[in-house]
Design a protein around this ligand. Structure first.
Ligand SMILES: Cc1ncc(COP(=O)(O)O)c(C=O)c1O
Length: 338
């Protein structure tokens, strides 16, 4: 079932909706230091259910449908060695009867051996994806072209899934999630005052913004950047994906003033742990039994907790934290959690 108008091509990979749950014990823990702590809810998109779950399952329901419509029998995608997106694409391809090729770029300077062998990369292998691991510094375009030619030479028909599934086709899923969250809030008698989430390749954020534009609601969407250092590095691309998505679903334009991003939690860069991320992962695990991840949702939650501790969120607010998944990544960073 889709909450969006029109009949966009859709390949079902999950049973929705995912749960929307309150986090009272996390709030109690934060209240000891921040008397202004708002009500906290979590949207469990870590529970999308496909091979470890996460936000990419949502996007792939639209991307796989597009690939099938175009007559493809092979998907090609790319990401970092510990990409959740690659894992989910490998799983979605398996479920849809497609072959998957994944280009894994060694772009994170993180020396732990498990980073190179465990976590998502282990699951990619089990899921049957053909993995390509270009040398450090290889030109991404050239590598894509080589893999594309290889697939074609073997008689395959390739379909390129963009990094993170972040284009208008994939982001459509998060326009739908915006509507799903607001519908669940209404059913549960909750009035949210903001949605907070981690942003990387921007598709989740773009989709949420497009869904917000479709709904006409003023509910702010607060992203926490895990990769890009500043607004200049993010806003242009974000608006482009958001507005292509808005056009696809028949929504009004997303405006620059709708973009809210906290850049204080990137740390030393994409995929590099921060102590605030470690504390956030441990606190949420130990109060709510919910596992975040070290690259995305852990830094996203670290951002939300810091905003609460700094008094940047009022006591009468109700925050929905969108958990975008990524738990398998914890195994690649085991040394951070002694
Ligand atoms: C677990 C997790 N959370 C958040 C994100 C960020 O989503 P987006 O790339 O749509 O910004 C990703 C992307 O790879 C992810 O794997």
């Amino acid at each position: 079932m889709t909450l969006l108008p029109g009949a966009l091509p859709f390949y079902p990979l999950m049973d929705g909706p995912t749960p929307l749950q309150e986090m009272p014990r996390l709030r109690d823990a934060l209240l000891t230091e921040a008397p202004n702590c708002p009500r906290l809810f979590v949207k469990r998109d870590d529970l999308t259910g496909l091979a470890g779950g996460g936000n990419k399952t949502r996007k792939l329901q639209y991307l796989i449908a597009d690939a099938l419509q175009q007559g493809a029998d092979t998907v090609i995608t790319a990401g970092a060695l510990q990409s959740n997106h690659v894992r989910q694409t490998a799983a979605a391809a398996a479920k849809a009867g497609l072959r998957a090729h994944a280009i894994l770029f060694d772009m994170v300077d993180y020396p732990e051996p498990a980073y190179h062998t465990s976590g998502n990369i282990l699951l990619d292998r089990i899921l049957g994806a053909t993995l390509h691991r270009p040398a450090k510094g290889a030109n991404a375009r050239d590598v894509f072209d080589e893999v594309m030619q290889q697939v074609e030479a073997e008689g395959g028909t390739p379909y390129m899934v963009p990094v993170g599934g972040s284009n208008a086709v994939g982001s459509t899923a998060y326009a739908e999630v915006f509507l799903e969250i607001t519908a669940q809030c209404e059913t549960q008698g909750v009035t949210p005052t903001r949605i907070t989430h981690a942003t990387g390749s921007l598709g989740t954020q773009a989709g949420l913004l497009a869904g917000r534009a479709l709904s006409g609601l003023e509910l702010p969407i607060q992203a926490v950047s895990v990769a890009r250092p500043d607004r200049e590095a993010l806003a242009g691309e974000l608006l482009e994906i958001a507005n292509q998505t808005a056009t696809r679903i028949g929504a009004a334009d997303v405006l620059d003033r709708d973009i809210h991003v906290d850049f204080r939690h990137v740390g030393d860069g994409y995929g590099l742990p921060t102590s605030a991320m470690v504390s956030a992962v441990e606190l949420v695990a130990r109060t709510e039994g919910i596992l975040l991840d070290p690259v995305y949702s852990g830094k996203g939650m670290a951002g939300l907790i810091a905003q609460i501790l700094n008094g940047e969120i009022d006591a009468d607010e109700t925050v929905v934290f969108l958990h975008t998944g990524g738990m398998p990544g914890l195994f690649a960073y085991s040394e951070m959690f002694p």
